[in-house]
Design a protein around this ligand. Structure first.
Ligand SMILES: Cc1cc2nc3c(=O)[nH]c(=O)nc-3n(C[C@H](O)[C@H](O)[C@H](O)COP(=O)(O)OP(=O)(O)OC[C@H]3O[C@@H](n4cnc5c(N)ncnc54)[C@H](O)[C@@H]3O)c2cc1C
Length: 373
């Protein structure tokens, strides 16, 4: 399937579906409604085939370049038919589980993930381990043929809606070498996901506790001690593939702002947001081309992460300037949407690795600058 044919086909299909794909205005207030709608869209996309392009046939896909997945995400998020944050999850976690999971396990589950019948979450961060992920304290011990996991996770996006979680846990000594990764069913006894309300007033992420959670041995990803490699694979997807559709989501919102009557003094903010967003898109395009050649984005993707965080905050700061008053307090679906997105944009320089950490990676791994004492 050629990218242009794919794009044309998806566009025609979206047009044909019409209002059926458009989320209700009140979805903004509820992650439940947002995910219900996403499941509906995903099922339709899978059943008609668009969702399967760009994934290998062994996973239930139709094959073809991963660029097809980026294009699908772009076509959906640029029309706000799905929310970019939840649409990202299968793209962030799916490739690593496909790479490191037992083939028969992955092949059995993957079609359900693509169809939206399953949703997965990412259990990396802990109360004392975010940027310094290598210091995580959750443990997994092999007891009687099962791994037994104990510990706490924090900021796990959509955990209360997820069927499975990729959990990092310590199986050996200290540091990153002693970490393993597991695919854990969320309904396993001992797993609790407690939603945390964000400043955008939605229950989007959770704290999680694991108390004597028994995980079958075949749910270990990539072998004992391979957790850091699994994590790096996932983080590179989090800093690469999904940014293309996130950029399209930002472009959609910037487009909406162009329709707002604007005082002369706000033109500068609009122009700066536009410039930051399109500079990011140019960089991200090169990253997507490398991914299409089969590369995993390496430290270069840290540049993309810094740029998209800056662009995202500029777009929604501009919204706040243009919609001042309304964005803060108006009680209309549109104002609530802008409020939620502005609040979420504050997190753009935190999730997936903070901007400070990305700058550190750029300094040490791309520029070869010495670490300070
Ligand atoms: C919306 C959102 C969704 C998230 N979803 C998930 C998820 O699904 N799964 C998951 O596992 N995690 C998730 N996270 C957590 C996220 O990965 C962490 O918040 C992030 O890695 C930072 O870790 P921390 O919050 O512990 O902050 P810390 O690591 O404690 O950092 C605090 C501050 O210190 C700075 N800092 C820390 N170390 C250094 C250093 N060496 N040099 C310079 N500055 C430094 C940081 O930049 C930051 O400003 C999410 C976070 C957000 C905001």
């Amino acid at each position: 399937m050629q990218v242009d044919d794919f794009r044309a086909g998806v566009r025609a299909w979206i047009e044909e579906c019409g209002a059926d794909l458009v989320p209700a205005a009140e979805n903004t207030d509820s992650v439940d409604a947002q995910l219900d709608h996403q499941r509906h869209v995903q099922r339709r996309l899978f059943d008609v085939g668009w969702m399967r392009w760009g994934w290998p046939q062994r996973l239930g896909g139709y094959g073809g370049s991963p660029t097809l997945r980026a294009v699908l995400g772009e076509e959906l998020t640029s029309r706000a038919l799905v929310h970019t944050a939840s649409w990202s999850m299968h793209e962030v976690l799916g490739p690593a589980v496909a790479e490191f999971g037992l083939p028969e396990m992955v092949e059995e589950m993957f079609p359900r993930l693509l169809r939206g019948d399953e949703f997965w979450c990412q259990g990396f961060s802990e109360p004392e381990a975010g940027s310094d992920l290598g210091s995580l304290r959750t443990t997994a011990q092999l007891i009687g043929g099962n791994w037994v996991i104990n510990g706490e996770k924090l900021w796990t996006s959509f955990a209360h809606h997820a069927n499975r979680c990729v959990v990092l846990a310590r199986t050996g000594g200290g540091g990153s070498r002693g970490i393993s990764a597991f695919l854990v069913d969320m309904d396993t006894p001992g797993v609790t996901a407690s939603p945390l309300r964000t400043m955008a007033n939605v229950d989007e992420f959770c704290s999680m506790s694991f108390v004597d959670v028994k995980v079958p041995a075949h749910r270990l990803l990539g072998g004992v001690g391979a957790g850091w490699r699994v994590a790096q694979h996932i983080l590179s997807c989090e800093r690469g593939t999904i940014f293309w559709q996130r950029g399209a989501w930002l472009g959609h919102h910037l487009g909406l702002l162009l329709e707002v009557p604007t005082a002369m003094q706000s033109h500068r903010a609009l122009g700066e947001a536009f410039q930051l967003l399109w500079a990011f898109r140019a960089t991200s395009k090169a990253t997507q081309e490398r991914i299409a050649q089969g590369d995993l984005p390496g430290p270069e993707a840290s540049v993309d992460k810094i740029m998209i965080a800056a662009a995202e905050q500029a777009v929604f700061d501009t919204a706040r300037e243009l919609l001042r008053g309304d964005l803060e307090i108006a009680d209309t679906p549109a104002a609530r949407t802008w409020r939620r997105e502005w609040a979420y944009s504050r997190a753009a320089s935190i999730y997936g690795g903070t901007s400070e950490i990305q700058k550190d990676i750029v300094a040490s791994r791309l520029l070869g600058l010495p670490r300070s004492a």
